[in-house]
Write a protein that binds this ligand. Structure first.
Ligand SMILES: Nc1ncnc2c1ncn2[C@@H]1O[C@H](COP(=O)(O)OP(=O)(O)OP(=O)(O)O)[C@@H](O)[C@H]1O
Ligand SMILES: [Mg+2]
Length: 253
């Protein structure tokens, strides 16, 4: 499968060798048992950048995020993952988390029987490393209003905010968001966009997987498209939006 480059320098950001080394994925291959799913993915992400990871259902987006977060499944069989010059490919998920990679999974994993605040306190594995509870409430005023509410009784949008807030309660350098807008009203999508932009201003880097490609591209500096476990496009959001063939084939927009 040929890789369509939107720009000659896309994928290896030009002019900033140090920035290019912030986060790099080099030819990773990952399996669920015998199933070969992530088939040679490479990515470069600059510090403070927002990268959209797009593609059809079953393309391997979630699997790629899980491999990056060093979950046991899919199993990484070869390739390298580097964060700020430190190798993560031989590490476990707790070590990747401690290094600053935080995955917000699609199903959010809100803990039942606990309030909003208890969920946040529990997320602070090492207080002093991520945002304080009060800082989180400044970013998420809706959560401040609901701090004593049982978290699972909140709306879908509020639960998504809590899922993002929990990631920020930890040391976070690279935030991995898996379909954060799924099922949410446009006004809530905009609120989450505002939060991602404000954490970008603090130098936090984000990879966002979304079916809502228009919303993801609005937020992103660059985009990659995956298909059948491989990267088939890398370029800027504009290059992708200007390419009707790619949009029709992979994004249905
Ligand atoms: N635990 C698993 N065991 C076996 N195969 C799996 C497992 N999880 C995912 N797969 C398969 O891996 C492929 C990629 O799935 P993945 O969830 O990464 O895709 P995706 O791009 O995130 O799709 P979607 O947009 O539907 O979320 C699919 O064919 C899927 O069936
Ligand atoms: Mg997925």
């Amino acid at each position: 499968m040929s890789v369509i480059m939107g720009h000659p320098a896309a994928g290896t950001p030009a002019g900033s060798a140090a920035a290019a080394e912030f986060f790099a994925v080099r030819d990773i291959h990952a399996y669920y048992g015998e199933s070969y799913i992530v088939q040679g993915v490479s990515l470069d992400v600059n510090k403070g950048e927002i990268l959209a990871l797009l593609g059809r259902n079953g393309a391997g987006k979630t699997s790629t995020l899980r491999a990056i977060a060093r979950m046991d499944n899919p199993e990484l069989k070869s390739g390298e993952i580097w964060l700020e010059g430190n190798p993560l490919h031989n590490q476990k998920s707790w070590q990747a988390s401690r290094a600053g990679i935080q995955l917000v999974p699609e199903d959010r994993r809100i803990i039942p029987g606990m309030t909003v605040e208890e969920n946040l306190v529990l997320a602070q594995v090492a207080p002093g490393h991520g945002m304080s509870i009060e800082e989180l409430y400044e970013h998420f005023p809706r959560l401040a209003e609901r701090r004593t509410q049982e978290a699972v009784t909140m709306s879908g949008g509020e639960q998504q905010m809590l899922a993002v807030a929990r990631a920020l309660a930890r040391e976070v350098k690279l935030l991995l968001l898996d379909e954060p807008y799924e099922g949410l009203a446009p006004v809530i999508v905009q609120e989450i966009e505002r939060i991602v932009q404000s954490i970008k201003a603090r130098g936090i880097t984000t990879i966002i997987v979304e079916q809502n490609a228009v919303a993801a591209l609005r937020l992103s500096d660059r985009a990659v498209i995956m298909d059948t476990g491989q990267i088939v496009f890398t370029g800027t959001a504009k290059e992708l939006l200007d390419n009707a063939e790619l949009r029709n084939e992979y994004l249905a927009i």
